[in-house]
Design a protein around this ligand. Structure first.
Ligand code: GLC
Length: 535
């Protein structure tokens, strides 16, 4: 089986992971020093948020040079040391490939804006005229078109004005991106997470997107037009298939097995189309984020799993992402105020027991809550724009806490964002010391993923009907089966194993669980992973 079909990925948000030089910003040497702790946690792949030089209008997602590594992160040499150290520990490294747009400071954009007839003239989407050519809206608010002050021409940016969209219809663009990707494959990286890949291709005629007619869409039109449109002309275009096939050919031609994982954009939070872009001549995987947008409920979680399984079918590998650097921390999203740790332990059971790729966002293995920041501390552009309606993404990007030391051992300087307030108690060292902590539960589940054949490779059998309080599924393999059962409610719940199933050894349990002759009793927020046999 290919490594990526069951990879356990850890997302390192580099700025907030570990600082090594006291400037308050995480860097690659700092991250390298923490790799043994990630190996101990049990992940086998790390994905680094963008490492390239960037003016940081969107914290690295506005790249000004794809061939280099930012000095603030330690430069190319530091990435060399990081990748070598990861490989020595048996871990793989994914870079964040941000190829829908560049920074407006990128030499390509500077040349494109200054010389419409020059070599980069058509590398971006330009429009002459007194008004933008269409109604397309930016993900970060307002129109997706801004006027270049010098030339008076309009250019397209699906995100911030400092992030002009590349024109993938220009052969120069695909060649330049392929060169950049090939360069990093040669460097030895093991793949890319492809930022908003389903936005690369735009309708060549740039027609208006239709406005949504449902109530939510109509309400959004004035405040946040991006949400009010059906993105049929600037997203998931058929031309994307060719772009992805070419990228896949590059990945297939490397001398070591590499992977392309797409980050899917879908303002309606459905994500089923992600499956269309996976396959032998497309991406290996694409994120289906439905679960991330689901409220804490057994029916909701069951539905989110079922939706991805239905969309991806048997032939494509699913991936399970519950948190990242763009969304409210799951410990806050899924908290009832008083059982955070119990709930976060169940998250580990539910997520890490599933087949396919699992992605853990740094700090979720500690149950770090969403940071509460005063307006003066807000750094994220959409947060600055929409405060207090939307406070941006800084709250899920606060630094890691490694120890009870000052600033959690993250930095000896002043952290670029404040840490979570309970970091003196909620840190890696403290949680490693307790076998019932969130961190230790992640570790135990990750160990099962590596060592238990059914957890590693078993086929997922999800009940057709959701239960009101429990989430349960079975993983079946030639070497036995396991069942995951978690009680998402505060009530004690009795549950009987399905007919024909006998309980075997309990591999892991959280909270109060008892069982007798196939009848389970699960206390509030209790859960277990147990072997089962067909009787
Ligand atoms: C992706 C990234 C997000 C970024 C955006 C624009 O959604 O995850 O952080 O702002 O793309 O690059």
């Amino acid at each position: 089986m290919d490594w990526w079909t069951h990879a356990a990925v850890y997302q390192i948000y580099l700025r907030s992971f570990q600082d090594s030089d006291g400037d308050g910003i995480g860097d690659l040497d700092g991250a390298r020093a923490r790799l043994p702790e990630l190996a101990e946690l049990g992940v086998d792949t790390v994905w680094l948020s963008p490492v390239h030089p960037s003016p940081d209008a969107d914290f690295g997602y506005d790249v000004s040079d794809y061939g280099d590594v930012a000095a603030v992160y330690g430069g190319r040499e530091a990435l060399r040391r990081f990748v070598d150290a990861a490989h020595a520990l048996g871990m793989r490294v994914l870079l964040d490939g941000v190829f829908n747009h560049t920074s407006d400071q990128h030499a390509w954009f500077q040349s494109s804006r200054a010389h419409p007839d020059g070599p980069h003239g058509d590398w971006y989407h330009w429009h002459d005229g007194s008004r933008p050519p269409n109604n397309w809206a930016s993900t970060f608010g307002g129109s997706a078109w801004s006027r270049d002050a010098a030339s008076g021409r309009w250019y397209l940016h699906s995100f911030a004005p400092e992030q002009p969209d590349l024109n993938w219809r220009s052969p120069g663009v695909s060649q330049a991106v392929h060169d950049a990707m090939a360069g990093w494959f040669d460097f030895g990286i093991d793949g890319f997470r492809l930022d908003v890949f389903n936005s690369y291709a735009k309708h060549p005629g740039l027609p208006d997107n239709p406005w949504r007619t449902d109530l939510l869409g109509r309400l959004a039109r004035l405040v946040y037009p991006f949400f009010a449109q059906a993105h049929v002309h600037d997203r998931d275009r058929p031309e994307l298939a060719t772009i992805l096939a070419q990228m896949r050919a590059l990945s297939d031609a490397t001398d070591h097995p590499t992977v392309l994982v797409g980050e899917t954009l879908d303002e309606r939070f459905q994500y089923d189309r992600a499956a269309d872009w996976c396959g032998p001549d497309r991406l290996h995987l694409a994120f289906h984020f439905r679960w991330l947008h689901t409220r804490w409920s057994a029916r909701g979680f069951h539905g989110a799993i079922a939706a991805q399984v239905a969309a991806f079918g048997d032939g494509r590998t699913p991936s399970w992402v519950l948190g990242n650097h763009d969304f409210r921390r799951l410990a806050s999203r899924w908290s009832d105020g008083s059982h955070t740790d119990a709930r976060m332990r169940l998250v580990a059971l539910m997520q890490l027991g599933l087949p396919g790729m699992v992605v853990v966002y740094q700090g979720d293995e500690l149950g770090i809550p969403e940071g509460r920041l005063p307006r003066s501390a807000i750094q994220d552009p959409p947060g600055k724009r929409f405060w207090p309606l939307y406070k941006g993404r800084d709250g899920c990007r606060t630094p890691m806490a490694w120890s009870p030391d000052v600033h959690g051992g993250f930095t000896t300087g002043t952290p670029w964002l404040p840490l979570h307030s309970d970091h003196a108690a909620r840190n890696v060292a403290a949680q490693r010391a307790r076998s019932d902590s969130v961190w230790s539960t992640y570790q135990a589940m990750l160990r099962l993923r590596r060592t238990h054949p059914a957890v590693r490779d078993g086929v997922l059998v999800l009940p057709e009907e959701a239960h009101a309080q429990l989430l349960t599924y079975r993983r079946t393999s030639a070497h036995g089966s396991v069942r995951v059962v978690v009680n998402l409610s505060r009530a004690t719940v009795d549950w009987t194993l399905p007919q024909g199933e006998r309980q075997g050894a309990v591999l892991l349990s959280c909270g109060t669980v008892s069982s007798e002759d196939g009848s389970l009793r699960l206390g509030a927020y209790a859960g277990l992973v147990t072997e089962v046999e067909r009787s």
